[in-house]
Design a protein around this ligand. Structure first.
Ligand code: ADP
Ligand code: MG
Length: 317
């Protein structure tokens, strides 16, 4: 039978918006030396917005239609931003035909999500990757993602756009690059705003004697701004999702590690940590891989969970 103290701990956690899925939380969380936090969707809100579009060949509608045609298959917060923006501009992604601008009701796209059924199916398969999305649109191999993905797809980013992408990153945004038919076609600037409670959260964890580490696939100011914070010990930038697992394993060689993440692509890292805590967001896989799930998106529930776990274990023992 579940000891009364554990039942009470589960209840207290629930009152703070955290669903405890495993008793590991009470057994291990008090011993955690290092808390590794994912950036996008965890330290940041995950509600991203497109703030700028730059096209290489002059047709913004086509760029948005192509990007949205692929992004509607991704769960990433960037994908939501791109689809919502295209919809808001009245752009309908119509793979296999000319992109339509209807100026009125944006078919299929809403501010918060999408309805794939409202759009024609794409001509061919779509490959959702950790660094972006690749697939056929209008019969042409189309790529939406970061520098690494365009590199891997053999698409060179021309110097002026490289500079523009750097400027977006220096500004704390994420440059989303678009190419098809082997050519670079343009970029979207997407903003990534830190959550209001990120500062007090990392301070509380550090005050509690834990080492705080940030893991992110991004580079530039979007990642570096977290490095200047006194409570942050280390920022690992430019880390692909499988690199997050490797980073967790390295940290585990030195002590007990909790990982806090949100996206589907954080699921392996959550599983690799001694304790995984998911911030409920767009993806369902992170929650499945986690020992605890923060249901209301409040990051400051994480230090509360540490307190609840410590108090609970004391009562159990
Ligand atoms: P983080 O580790 O900060 O949470 P992710 O690992 O989720 O970030 O993503 C890293 C980077 O990969 C993103 O900032 C973006 O450049 C790129 N990326 C991932 N998914 C997409 C997508 N669906 N569309 C465009 N870019 C993407
Ligand atoms: Mg993330």
């Amino acid at each position: 039978a579940t000891p009364l103290a554990v039942a009470a701990g589960i209840q207290r956690a629930a009152e703070s918006g955290v669903v405890v899925a495993s008793e590991t939380v009470f057994e291990v969380l008090p011993d955690v030396d290092t808390v590794a936090l994912d950036k996008t969707g965890t330290l940041t809100s995950g509600e991203m917005t497109v703030t700028d579009v730059a096209v290489a060949d002059g047709d913004e509608t086509r760029l948005l239609a192509r990007a949205a045609a692929l992004e509607r298959y991704s769960n990433h917060p960037i994908a939501d931003a791109v689809v919502a923006f295209a919809g808001g501009e009245g752009v309908r992604p119509v793979p296999g035909g000319e992109p339509a601008t209807d100026g009125g009701e944006p078919a299929g796209a809403t501010a918060t999500g999408r309805d794939a059924a409202a759009w024609d199916d794409p001509a061919a398969s779509v490959d959702v990757r950790p660094t972006g999305v690749v697939g056929d649109v209008d019969g042409e191999r189309t790529v939406v993602g970061n520098h690494d993905l365009l590199d891997a797809e053999g698409i060179a980013v021309p110097e002026p756009f490289r500079e523009r992408a750097d400027a977006v990153a220096a500004d704390g945004g994420v440059p989303v690059l678009v190419g098809w038919d082997g050519q670079f076609r343009g970029l979207l600037a997407v903003t990534d705003r830190p959550r209001d409670d990120w500062d007090e959260t990392v301070r509380a964890l550090a005050d509690d004697g834990r080492s705080v580490v940030v893991l992110t696939g991004d580079e530039g100011a979007a990642a570096e701004r977290f490095r200047d914070h006194p409570a942050v010990d280390e920022v690992f930038a430019g880390v692909p999702p499988d690199g997050k697992v490797a980073a967790i394993q390295r940290l585990r060689a030195q002590g007990t590690v909790a990982m806090v993440g949100d996206g589907d692509n954080d699921a392996p890292a959550l599983a690799a940590a001694d304790v995984g805590v998911a911030i409920a967001g767009s993806g369902g896989l992170a929650a499945e891989a986690a020992d605890a799930v923060v249901t209301d998106g409040r990051l400051d529930a994480v230090p509360v969970l540490f307190d609840v776990a410590t108090a609970t274990r004391r009562r159990v023992r």
